[in-house]
Design a protein around this ligand. Structure first.
Ligand code: ASP
Length: 347
């Protein structure tokens, strides 16, 4: 009898050990969750007024609550991502949609992408000048065409044919962004050093004005992850420059088996590092947690390369991560209990 009890106890211990990691995986942190960013950069408290800070916090909260309500009521992560991003696209505070930065030619050229983690299907648009909601157009490319990425006038024609709202390019104009372009152009004229990486690129005030993007990742009650990113790109860009935001794997990625990611930062480095896909791949192939993967990709790999920026990411169990190597990132998250986090600066 004693032998039997010892044997039964030992079997139980072995069984429990074998179940350990799987059990941990199976316990979701959140049944549904949502996380957003409004751009990363040299965002310092000393350069902010209390009014500006309050305006950013309020808009981030307004945007994320739109997505949260959709998820809470059983809606899809895709709808949550689109509706949340649209609030930020319509706000002049962020470099996406209205309020987008200006190109060297004084125009606004918008990029966006969307990915569905269940099907691994995706859509993107690049260099468009008249589509009111670039993120909606990106998802339309995914749902209503056999392509993944459309650009320029062709993308606008597609959007028109699909009945999306087209606006006069002046809709995107904001005085603040135009002044940023003028400041950079003036600085450029007086720069003696005209290397590929001119020093104005490293001036913190200007760098802050050059970048910005909005993004959102959501997990719905059905376990589906979606991610989206929308941007005006980089102030003073020329030659049809396209950043990482519309590139699947760089600016946006979603996979129900791993995670969803939306990036913001110096796009050229995010393209070279395949930031969003690398985070998913590290989880898939190296068995890393979301936190381990985002930390390695941003704090180690991207930083070593010289890139600046960050990501918001969320895994299949509803764990969430903000990761950036800049002074700040406009960001917010909400879990399934309605706990809201809104932050701007580094802790
Ligand atoms: N990543 C965007 C780009 O390079 C800009 C940003 O996120 O700040 O176009």
């Amino acid at each position: 009898m004693r032998k039997f009890i010892v044997f039964a106890f030992a079997s139980l211990v072995i069984f429990a050990c074998q179940q350990g990691p799987e059990k941990q995986e199976a316990i979701p942190a959140n049944e549904f969750a949502i996380i957003i960013h409004g751009g990363a950069g040299t965002i310092l408290k000393k350069n902010m007024t209390p009014e500006k800070e309050a305006a950013y916090n309020a808009k981030l909260e307004e945007a994320i609550k739109v997505g949260y309500e959709i998820l809470k009521n059983g809606g899809t992560s895709g709808d949550a991502v689109i509706k949340t991003i649209q609030v930020m696209e319509e706000s002049p505070l962020f470099n996406a949609g209205k309020g987008a930065v200006f190109t060297n030619a004084g125009t606004n050229e918008l990029d966006a992408s969307f990915m569905d983690g269940k099907t691994l299907n995706a859509g993107a648009i690049a260099g468009v000048k008249d589509i009111k909601s670039p993120i909606e157009a990106a998802r339309k490319v995914m749902t209503d065409s056999e392509h993944v990425m459309l650009s320029g006038e062709g993308a606008s024609t597609f959007a028109k044919e699909k009945g999306l709202e087209i606006v006069d390019p002046s809709y995107f104009y904001t005085e603040r962004r135009f002044k940023s372009l003028e400041r950079i152009r003036d600085r450029e004229k007086t720069e003696l050093d005209h290397d590929e990486k001119t020093s104005y690129f490293y001036d913190s005030d200007i760098k802050n004005a050059k970048f910005g993007t909005v993004g959102c990742v959501a997990l719905d009650k059905d376990g589906n992850i979606s991610a989206g990113t929308s941007t005006g790109g980089m102030t003073n860009k020329r030659w049809g420059r396209i950043g990482d935001a519309p590139i699947i794997g760089s600016g946006t990625y979603a996979n129900n088996n791993t995670c969803g990611v939306s990036s913001t930062g110096w796009g050229e480095y995010f393209i070279r590092s395949q930031v969003a896909y690398d985070i998913s791949a590290q989880m898939e192939y190296a068995g890393k947690s979301l936190k381990e993967a985002t930390t390695d990709v941003i704090q180690n790999k991207l930083t070593k390369l010289g890139g600046t920026g960050g990501v918001v990411a969320l895994d299949k169990n509803g764990n969430m991560s903000f990761e950036f190597n800049t002074a700040g990132m406009y960001r917010a998250s909400m879990d399934d209990k309605g706990n809201l986090v809104v932050k701007i600066y580094k802790e």
